[in-house]
Write a protein that binds this ligand. Structure first.
Ligand SMILES: Nc1ncnc2c1ncn2[C@@H]1O[C@H](COP(=O)(O)OP(=O)(O)OP(=O)(O)O)[C@@H](O)[C@H]1O
Ligand SMILES: [Mg+2]
Length: 499
């Protein structure tokens, strides 16, 4: 009787101090891509976790192909044909491809795990996909994109009809996005439903058949993509018209060099990297995933060792052999992977935000605590951090809101130089604009900013200069007259013979 592969009705869910979902209903059609849009903290991941059995709803019902079901855990979700391709990939690195393929449903034969069957089946599926992976490879040897492919293959093998993808392109490279999209379209053609969460409107409008919008835990609208415009979706997400241009770039007087790196090398990672950042300047570092951009700034910040090279801050040679020294010299870094060098999950938002406070590190005192509290509050309002209070544990925030707290940490630290690795990843449109404005304000105060970004429009819109890396080497330094996506991509894909 049902025309829906999945239908949720009247779902509500509260966490202490937050109503994450308030009476949400939505329907997903078979053979469609259904985009779910909303600002950070709107409730998207929570809704998906309920459908996947990770959380139980306080009220509401879920129907799969018309039949009401109760989903107590992800294994039951899979039994109902629902599979979630996770936002943060959690896996056991030692596990092999074949093992992960049958995780939670090991094939048994005569009371024992049938390892041979596992390997044969996994090998067949991988081959059918045209991949030449050995199924005995441990997962730790796969890239994020390969693990994603594996998760999709596994879901389909176990006959999932509804695939949930929560920000699937946030950590994969340009050309991997293309092949992911091709896969999504093929799944749709087979009659599967894909629920697709993304903050990137280009992706949403490229892929989606239907679009639903959540705002503050409530369903605002749901309609065919052809019946709504990009600006209407954004207005529904934020609850008002955004009347500003996309990039608040200002003309700022560029001053002296505040940061200079010369001849940086690290074996197998990058070679002979030299760059500088001037006061008031926003400098971009472009390149494909794997080009070595993050590795360079990690080494500069003292997280990884350098084999050769020198660093100067405000004209003075310094040795930034660990992050503490880097911070003491006025260098801050926002890391790409917030789980590794980012959040401390069990600590409060406030503690996480003030962790790196420069003045405290330098002067060792608590005299600035009140000033800090003021700044925390100020930045939270500007960036619209959604949380019950600054005492809330950071682990309970939505992905995008955690990222905002980390950014606030470095803003409060008052650095001379900021190295930002994908500062707006996972951040909603309204807050992105606020972050650009904050970057502009910092530049106006004479600070220097280096920004790694995989979003070329963002680099072009905000930077004064862009360096491009490919395969561990700098391949170009571009001034605004040469800013274009084509030019950046050309150098990002250039085989790095000496430029
Ligand atoms: N385990 C939890 N404990 C407490 N609060 C939570 C928990 N999980 C989510 N929340 C809260 O529920 C709200 C919705 O969060 P959710 O993760 O669903 O947002 P989201 O739409 O996925 O946002 P983002 O785009 O930033 O990923 C937020 O206010 C968040 O802080
Ligand atoms: Mg989320």
């Amino acid at each position: 009787m049902s025309q829906t592969s999945l239908s949720v009705q009247g779902i509500s869910k509260s966490f202490p101090g937050v109503k994450a979902l308030d009476n949400v209903s939505f329907d997903v059609r078979p053979g469609s891509v259904h985009a779910l849009c909303g600002e950070n903290g709107a409730g998207k991941s929570t809704l998906m976790k309920i459908i996947n059995g990770i959380y139980q709803p306080d009220t509401g019902t879920i129907r799969v192909r018309g039949e009401e079901v109760r989903i107590k855990n992800p294994i039951e979700a899979r039994a109902h044909g629902i599979a979630m391709i996770a936002q943060e990939l959690n896996y056991v690195p030692e596990m092999t491809i074949a093992e992960s393929f049958f995780l939670g449903r090991l094939p048994m034969k005569f009371g024992r795990v049938d390892w041979r069957h596992m390997r044969t089946e996994a090998r067949r599926v991988v081959r059918d996909e045209g991949l030449d992976w050995s199924v005995n490879r441990p997962l730790s040897t796969l890239t994020v994109s390969e693990i994603q492919t594996l998760e999709i293959l596994r879901a389909v093998y176990h006959s999932a009809d509804v695939l949930i993808m929560d920000e699937p392109t946030s950590a994969i490279a340009h050309r991997e996005v293309e092949s992911l999209f091709a896969k999504i379209r093929a799944l749709r053609a087979e009659g599967k439903s894909i629920i697709y969460i993304s903050h990137k409107m280009d992706e949403v409008f490229e892929l989606a058949d239907d679009i639903s919008v959540l705002r503050d835990g409530a369903a605002v609208s749901s309609q065919p993509a052809a019946q709504i415009t990009r600006n209407q979706v954004i207005a529904q997400m934020v609850g008002r018209d955004l009347d500003h241009q996309r990039y608040p770039k200002e003309r700022i007087e560029i001053g002296e060099t505040v940061f200079k790196a010369t001849g940086l090398s690290r074996e197998h990672m990058f070679e002979d990297i030299s760059f500088e950042i001037k006061a008031g300047e926003i400098v971009g570092l472009a390149g494909l995933i794997g080009a070595g951009r993050s590795e360079v700034i990690r080494a500069v910040f003292g997280l990884d060792p350098l084999d050769t090279g020198t660093v100067e801050v405000e004209g003075r040679p310094v040795k930034l052999s660990n992050p503490k020294k880097a911070i003491a010299h006025g260098v801050a870094m926002l890391s790409e992977d917030r789980r590794l060098v980012g959040i401390i999950p069990k600590l409060s938002i406030k503690k996480n935000a003030t962790l790196a406070s420069l003045k405290r590190v330098v002067h060792g005192g608590f005299a600035h605590a009140r000033q800090e509290q003021k700044l925390v509050t100020e930045y939270f309002q500007k960036m619209n951090v959604k949380a019950p209070s600054t005492e809330t544990r950071i682990e309970s925030l939505s992905g995008g809101n955690q990222q905002k707290v980390l950014l606030a940490r470095w803003l409060i630290a008052d650095p001379k130089v900021m190295l930002l690795d994908e500062p707006t990843r996972g951040i909603d449109i309204g807050a992105k604009f606020e972050i650009y404005k904050i970057m502009t304000e910092l530049a106006r105060q004479g600070r220097g900013i280096l920004m790694i970004s995989s979003e070329l429009p963002e680099l072009i819109g905000m930077c004064d200069r862009i360096y491009v890396m490919s395969a561990g080497r700098l391949t170009a330094e571009l001034t605004p007259d040469r800013f274009s996506q084509e030019t950046i991509l050309k150098y990002a894909m250039k085989e790095a013979e000496v430029a």
